[in-house]
Design a protein around this ligand. Structure first.
Ligand code: GAF
Length: 389
């Protein structure tokens, strides 16, 4: 469904639930990261794009003051948050992404408007496509629309990241919330996670597509592995005597190899290499050097699988199938995307071969794993928006 239709659908759900018309409709996209994995919390570079999958909210001023009511139109579940007091964590679990954002606005000294909200999401849950960041950014966009006060996009992304960190317990970096706020149609976003500077990298060549392959193995980042990787990177930086791995070179790491455990060394090797690959990939996209970008994607995957150990059997199977299809069959490159341990892979493919490649990946993946993959294509989409009614 196109974004406009989705907006109309959620507005109709709002009308059914609350018996009146919605006044604001807002949406925020999920993302796929083309390259630059586990580099954001190391002050490095990332190269994500927003996808045509969204969290959408329709809302109106609440009938009851001091209450923020949310109706999940897909799971038919409602919850009400008391906004007359500082918002805290609560139930149901998904409401924490929203609660965290409301608390963020309160911390800025802003009064939360009492609202009735209906929402839905087309970002697959647990698919590593940032369904949570989409929900957070969607909530922030709704507050902006309802108060008529826009906040600085960087501040908005950071407020949403804090919500994820403090209310959902994931010590994530800044990538997902930044791209959901700042995505632009037909562009990737090269984000410097240290300075927060962004560069839009045009990706409008119609001869290539990004194919997203959901392994349908759920990924869960609050399980401790993510935090552990982060801590290992901090250990490496400390041993190297740098503020973060962004400041370290491959040579420096080799010289210090004897002073750290093998695991810490491997983690650092991934991060240092991945930051370099990301910068090169952005240049490759600018030059439409698709074979070059594809090779960097394969190298990224190998490093995430071997050195960083965040891949899983199913993601490796997808990448192997893509490699088998190869350049002749229309695949330039493929890698896992997002935090890892399941979720999605992303492949850079020739547009003319998308159908055949999708069918081949689906069939071989089913044979090798017994699981049905979900496969779709997305052009780079725009970031969070207020939809016209
Ligand atoms: C998750 C996190 F939320 C991001 O901040 C990023 O670290 C990513 O994993 C790995 O690149 O999506």
């Amino acid at each position: 469904m196109k974004l406009k239709e989705l907006g109309a659908h959620v507005a109709a759900e709002f009308q059914k639930k609350y018996g009146r018309q919605a006044r604001w409709i807002v949406a925020a996209p999920g993302r796929v990261n083309v390259i630059g994995e586990h580099t954001d919390y190391n002050d490095g570079f990332v190269l994500p794009m927003a996808i045509e999958r969204y969290a959408i909210m329709a809302a109106d001023t609440a009938a009851v003051p001091e209450k923020f009511s949310i109706y999940d139109t897909q799971f038919k579940e409602s919850t009400t948050i008391d906004i007359s007091v500082p918002v805290t964590k609560g139930q149901p679990k998904w409401s924490n992404y929203i609660r965290g954002v409301l608390a963020g606005f309160q911390n800025r000294g802003q009064k939360i408007p009492a609202l009735d909200v209906a929402f839905m999401s087309t970002v697959p849950l647990g698919g590593g496509l940032s369904s949570s960041a989409a929900l957070e950014v969607c909530t922030a966009t709704l507050i902006e629309a309802a108060t008529g006060r826009e906040i600085d996009p960087v501040e908005k992304a950071l407020l949403c990241q804090k919500a994820e960190y403090e209310f959902a317990g994931v010590p994530c970096g800044i990538m997902d919330q930044f791209i959901s706020v700042m995505g632009r149609e037909n562009h990737l976003l090269l984000l410097d996670c240290r300075s927060h500077e962004t560069q839009l990298v045009p990706m409008s060549d119609p001869s290539v597509e990004l194919l997203i392959v959901n392994t349908n193995v759920k990924h869960e980042l609050s399980g401790g592995e993510y935090a552990q990787r982060r801590a290992q990177c901090e250990t490496a930086a400390k041993i190297l005597g740098v503020a973060s791995l962004r400041d370290a070179t491959a040579d420096q790491l080799e010289r210090a190899k004897g002073r750290m455990s093998e695991v810490v060394y491997c983690r650092a090797r991934h991060v240092i290499g991945e930051i370099e690959r990301t910068v090169h990939a952005a240049e490759g996209v600018r030059a439409s050097n698709w074979p070059g970008v594809g090779n960097l994607m394969y190298a990224s995957h190998a490093s995430l699988r071997g050195d960083y150990e965040v891949s899983c059997k199913e993601l490796d199977v997808v990448v192997e199938i893509a490699e088998e299809i190869g350049y002749k069959g229309g695949v330039y490159g493929c890698r896992m995307t997002g935090g890892g341990f399941g979720g999605c892979a992303v492949a850079l493919v020739k547009t003319e071969s998308v159908e055949t490649i999708s069918q081949k990946i689906a069939a071989d993946y089913k044979t090798k794993t017994g699981i049905e993959a979900t496969i779709f294509v997305s052009r780079p989409a725009a970031g969070a928006t207020v939809l016209e009614i």
